[in-house]
Ligand binder design. Structure first.
Ligand code: DOR
Ligand code: ZN
Length: 351
């Protein structure tokens, strides 16, 4: 490596990932290290099959994650809300420090969401309890009505569901996950300090055209689906604005490439391997590298009421060739930015 190759080093407090799908079994074994190598903690999504709805299930999933990542990484577990969820179980899990938050999937909104909530009123007892104990609600913010255009599902969710939940539970802490629209930014900006949002690297990097660039491109398909350019620009503005309401959540969601390159391909991008590089590039393009640390490493823990990490990580500005694919025992997984030359490289911890 020549001297000129390392023209810039950026050192920031170690980030956390406030939204990730680590999966289970073989896939967990294959992907967990890419999250654990760069993030100290992660909010782990509970949409396994069957979903994580009990303290016991979350405890054993946490053990399997730790076995895959080693002890330097802390998985923060979430409870999957169903129509029949027992508020007492949620309160117990939060009290024991097993559940950090609950995740709301509207029924059939996305991968493994068939056990999700069919009517928001069904979970009002649990929302009441969560508001009382200060437990965050993490929201997949899309309506599922077939008559609503897929590109409008987030905006309609705000109108029909989220505004009402927040009016009915004004002190509930809510993270509007993986926001994709200018409407979501406007809503979060206009809400109180108990409402925050995560933003993924991919929704900052491309708009919906990428899914159809010269043919159908399944590796750009996720939910909520990418929207038009004006929305991407609103997300970039929000992430780099310095507002404490926005923080890093990759929504890394690996699927085998065969399951994506299919007549009915799965939603989700595996972005864990190059997540920090991708965010850093976005912040650099927006001339906002000075805002990266707050977005990646400070706003999330402050919202969740957790300590900031003490460790620091290094990003180097140099050409970084991304891998074409990663192997699992069942076949390859293709990462976001596969085979591209990135302009930053995660270079481990500061010594
Ligand atoms: O694209 C997505 N993939 N969106 C989700 O909400 C779920 C995720 C998954 O689990 O595959
Ligand atoms: Zn997700």
């Amino acid at each position: 490596m020549t001297d000129s190759a390392i023209s810039t080093r950026l050192i920031i407090r170690q980030p956390d990932d406030w939204h990730v799908h680590l999966r289970d079994g073989e896939m967990l074994e294959a992907v967990a290290e890419y999250t654990a190598r760069q993030f100290a903690r992660a909010i782990v999504m509970p949409n396994l099959a069957p979903p994580v709805t009990t303290v016991d299930a979350a405890n054993s999933y946490r053990d399997r994650i730790k076995a895959a990542t080693g002890t330097n990484f802390t998985p923060l577990m979430t409870c999957y809300l169903t129509d029949n969820i027992d508020p007492a179980e949620v309160v117990l899990g939060f009290g024991k420090g097993v559940f950090t938050a609950c995740k709301l999937y509207p029924a059939n909104a996305t991968t493994n969401s068939s056990h999700g909530v069919t009517n928001i009123q069904n979970i009002y007892p649990v929302l009441e309890a969560m508001q009382r104990i200060g437990m965050p609600l993490l929201v997949h913010g899309e309506v599922t009505d077939v008559d609503i255009d897929i590109f409008d599902r987030e905006a309609v969710f705000i109108e029909r569901i989220l505004s009402k939940v927040i009016a009915d539970f004004p002190d509930l802490k809510v993270v509007f996950e993986h926001i994709t629209t200018a409407e979501a930014v406007e809503f979060v900006d206009g809400s109180g300090t108990n409402i925050a949002a995560t933003i993924t690297p991919h929704h900052l990097a491309f708009n919906r055209n990428a899914i159809f660039q010269g043919g159908i491109r399944p590796h750009y398909y996720c939910l909520p689906v990418a929207k038009r350019e004006k929305h991407r620009l609103a997300l970039r503005q929000a992430a780099t604005s310095g507002s404490e309401k926005y923080f890093l959540g990759t929504d890394s969601a690996p699927h085998l490439s065969d399951d994506k390159e299919s007549s009915c391909g799965c939603a989700g991008l595996f972005n864990a391997p190059y997540a920090l590089e991708s965010y850093t590039q976005t912040f650099e393009e927006e001339s906002a590298l000075d805002k990266l640390e707050a977005f990646a490493s400070e706003n999330g823990p402050r919202f969740y009421g957790l300590a900031l990490n003490d460790t620091r990580v290094v990003l180097e500005k140099l050409d970084n060739q991304a891998a074409k694919e990663f192997q699992t025992d069942s076949g390859p997984v293709i990462p976001f930015l596969a085979d591209e030359t990135l302009s930053w490289k995660f270079a481990g911890f500061e010594h």
